[in-house]
Design a protein around this ligand. Structure first.
Ligand code: GLU
Length: 408
């Protein structure tokens, strides 16, 4: 395997820092890799096995933190790259966390709710000694949600004692935080608005294309729609839709709730994923899986700005092309960081045994996001580098400083 995208982006920032090769290596490699076999009974009585992973990348800034995803493409290499990304994301935002990522290689669309519950609880039973509110805190990611988190809390608490702080993104009525579910999408909208305003542009009438309509994509679309932007194309796993004059997002959400997909919405035109990515627009927002922008798709995009709501959408060759084409890219570790930031607030509330109001969550979120955004812009300007390099530079410096003081 060649160098993964996260390691490549780290390397670019590290070249600007004067550190030894071995120290750099210690920042790149994961602290611990957990791979476990999950065996459980399907509803029909058949025994099945899946591979479950938790990659704990770095804990110099605090307990490790990151999502858990269920997808057939889940594998150790990609999770390691995503775990590393979490280390840099939490560091960039100034959160007292390290980074981790987990996943189960399965197709959750073929599993019933009780099968998903057994899958989740069997996995947590296997890794319970290595996670916890002060070790490693899990959260929703691709194809997992507040229900998954409730199952994790239940299974973990069974042996360890009542511990809501082992997961974030729980149901609001079950020790979850106000504002967590919509946080990532709302944060994407906040930073999109901020980025445009640097060029004296407004969201009003800005044409936006969004790839993905899951938790992140749909909340991003809703938040941008409310701010007056025109969402002209969206997609999900089943296909894409285009509407030149802008999609009625609240109506689309009702359509999705009813039919399970964005396709066949009102009078929209059907488009393919490749067409969606090449649609002429102002802002393109990948909000699905990673590895979207390779050499080919990076050359066909027809936008001025890319906001990385997904984790790892841009491959190194894509990044190079965007730079040469003058397309401004707001990197994932900043663009989608509101999710883990509100996860931090949830964890704080669990530890404090005190509930914040939605207003408190939103005001604190604004403070954290604004600080990180301004920091990235300032460093990019002073170092004459891309936003991604600036973001990695800031976050790697923080982890390095702590690691050195701790004597790791
Ligand atoms: N899965 C989300 C992410 O990639 C959230 C992680 C978290 O809240 O811990 O940032």
């Amino acid at each position: 395997m060649g160098m993964d995208a996260t390691t490549y982006f780290m390397q670019r920032a590290i070249e600007r820092l004067n550190i030894s090769e071995n120290l750099a290596k210690s920042l790149k490699l994961p602290h611990r890799v957990i791979k476990t076999e999950i065996t459980f009974l399907l509803d029909n009585g058949k025994l099945v096995n899946y591979n479950g992973y938790r990659i704990q990348h770095n804990n110099a800034l605090g307990p490790m933190k990151g999502g858990l995803r269920y997808h057939p493409t889940v594998n150790e290499d990609e999770l390691t790259s995503l775990a590393s990304l979490m280390t840099w994301k939490t560091s960039l935002l100034g959160l007292p966390f390290g980074g981790a990522k987990g996943g189960i290689s399965c197709d959750p669309t073929t599993l019933s709710s009780s099968e998903l519950e057994r899958l989740t609880k069997t996995f947590i039973d296997k890794i319970k000694d290595l996670i916890g509110p002060s070790k490693d805190i899990l959260a929703p990611d691709v194809n997992t949600n507040s229900q998954t988190m409730a199952w994790i809390m239940a299974e973990y608490s069974k042996t360890v004692g009542f511990s809501p702080g082992v997961v974030t993104g729980k149901p609001v009525f079950l020790y979850g935080s106000e504002g967590r579910e919509a946080a990532t999408g709302n944060g994407v909208a906040i930073v999109t608005e901020k980025l445009l305003s640097l060029d004296k542009k407004q969201l009003n009438d800005t044409r936006i294309v969004i790839q993905g309509f899951g938790n992140v994509g749909s909340h991003t679309a809703q938040a941008l729609y409310e701010k007056g932007a025109k969402i002209i194309a969206v997609s999900d796993v089943k296909g894409g839709i285009f509407q030149k004059n802008g999609i009625d997002i609240p109506a689309l959400k009702k359509h999705v709730a009813k039919t399970g997909s964005v396709i066949h919405f009102q009078t929209s035109d059907a488009i393919t994923n490749a067409q969606l990515l090449a649609t002429e627009c102002d802002v393109l927002i990948p909000a699905a899986l990673g590895n979207v922008f390779d050499k080919e798709s990076a050359n066909t995009v027809n936008c001025q700005y890319i906001i990385e709501a997904a984790n790892g959408p841009t491959l190194p060759e894509g990044d190079e092309i965007f730079k040469n084409r003058g397309i401004k890219v707001l990197p994932d570790i900043l663009a989608n960081s509101a999710g883990v930031t509100v996860s931090y607030f949830e964890w704080v509330q669990n530890i404090q045994k005190f509930k914040w109001t939605l207003e408190q969550v939103q005001s604190q979120l604004n403070t954290f996001i604004t600080k990180a955004f301004d920091n990235v812009i300032n460093i990019a300007n002073s170092q004459k580098c891309s936003y991604r390099e600036a973001a990695f530079l800031i976050s790697i410096k923080r982890v390095l400083e702590s690691s050195q003081a701790l004597g790791l």
